[in-house]
Design a protein around this ligand. Sequence first.
Ligand code: P6P
Length: 341
Amino acid sequence: MAHQSLITIEHHIMMQEREHPEATGVFTGLLMDIALAGKIISREVNKAGLVEILGSTGSVNVQGEEVQKLDEFANSTLIDSLDHTGRVCIMSSEEDSNAIEIPPQYPCGGYTAAFDPLDGSSNIDANVPVGTIFSIHRKISKGPRGDEDDLLQVGRRQVAAGYIIYGSSTMMVYTTGNGVHGFTLDPSVGEFLLSHPNIRTPRRGRTYSANESNYHHWSEGIRRYVDRLKETDKPSGRPYNARYIGSLVADFHRNLLTGGVFLYPADVKDPKKPTGKLRLLYEAAPLAFVAEHAGGYASDGYQPILDLEPMSLHQRVPLFIGSLDDVKEIEQYIAEHDKRS
Ligand code: P6P
């Protein structure tokens, strides 16, 4: 059997960096800092049932969601891995209502980091896969320190994005715009080893992921689209399969590898979720960057997620993401059946 060469994520990032002669190694270091945080979070997630960190801290985050202890641990691990390195100038996290400034005693660098430290955390106690999502931009503000303008950049300008999924194994998937690559953690040596080089997502899938308990809160176009997926007169025979884990990173990762579409539409009847539930800066935009660089697509129903200008750190957007033809079809249903609100 051909010997699969052992390529660590560090080696892979450095090989990618060599293709950018202007790269200074700071960017490489930043991705390695995130990989380190992922290893530490993985260790804690994988023993969550054994030590007293299950259950919640009793506090509530900016989203009004109860903060699970692992959420807090993941958040502080990422901040502690990044804030002193001199590689980032400002950060944003789902867990923090305000931007996270670099402490004055540390230098600022040329990049920003936005992250959802532990997405899907409401599933932790049920041992359902959860994930870390991250998004990297270049600093654009003129001052020596970073500010919110550095974070509120359109998704297409990201220089890197990806996620770490803590599932049956821990994987880190990232792109710098030069292909999407997946690495599986070998916990016995603490290394992420290349296991999924150059991931390409099928143009059309056979899976759709949506929380259908919201069906009556969806627009006409979305309801007609999902109804269509279930009709049995389709020439391709079996209709689509429904697969919904309720953990964005897990649903996204499965669809990325095998094809399919994830839908979290706007809620036309719930004033609390007028624009959907998922956040643009550290959920939709980084996963859209990964999806597009794997040949897929992500839309808010009208335009690419990557073209949306963020107005605020925790801005929510409707999200349709996955196989290119499936997401484009959703846009067609919306164009045909929905009045533009
Ligand atoms: P619902 C988890 O709380 C999360 O943010 C995503 O990981 C997941 O896709 C979504 O919310 C699930 O939301 O409303 O279907 O429970």
